[in-house]
Design a protein around this ligand. Structure first.
Ligand code: SF4
Length: 178
């Protein structure tokens, strides 16, 4: 929480705000986020794949292997493995994320997905849905942080609950700092 801030700081997958950080140089701006949330919070955009040094554009990634320990591999070239870079970046971000009161993740991403990222076996068959490598570290290490993805935010009830949780978290952070 920034000192003296008037609104909670919420981390967000930066492609959802329209930043051109995706593997193909594009974005995934979500109008619902701007429409419903931008008036209530300040943003801390984070792209873990860019933060981990993978560049834009970059090879598309997918998760492969066991559900409890998948690897982030190149879709076209499975000898490209970036798991360690993503996990290390997540650890590096943890101190900065002490200042946020919520986190909005991009669904289905091998880095940012909360629970709906496709997981493949070594033959290329989809075997489950799971969390992205970066998101799973953040969620496991900061269990009190309100989290949601942009698909869940489309539901008015979930959106309202998320904002309430963010406000409560922000209030707790202010109380702890006073
Ligand atoms: S890594 Fe996350 S923030 Fe970056 S482009 Fe992919 S989904 Fe968006």
């Amino acid at each position: 929480m920034a000192p003296g801030s008037k609104r909670p700081l919420v981390a967000i997958s930066s492609c959802l705000l329209g930043e051109n950080v995706r593997y193909d140089g594009g974005h995934k701006r979500d109008p619902c986020i701007a429409q419903y949330l931008s008036a209530h919070v300040d943003w801390k955009p984070v792209c873990p794949e860019v933060g981990a040094g993978l560049g834009v554009p970059r090879p598309a990634l997918q998760l492969v292997g066991a559900e409890d320990r998948p690897a982030a591999l190149g879709v076209e070239n499975s000898s490209l493995e970036v798991s360690a870079a993503l996990l290390e970046y997540a650890q590096r971000m943890l101190p900065e994320l002490q200042a946020v009161s919520g986190y909005i993740f991009k669904s289905r991403s091998p880095s940012c997905g909360l629970a709906d990222t496709p997981l493949f076996d070594s033959e290329g068959h989809r075997q489950a849905l799971t969390a992205g490598l970066y998101a799973r570290v953040i969620v496991a290490t900061l269990p009190g942080l309100p989290v949601i993805d942009e698909q869940q935010l489309r539901d008015a009830g979930r959106r309202t609950r998320f904002l309430q949780q963010v406000q409560a978290c922000w209030q707790q952070q202010k109380n702890a700092g006073s």
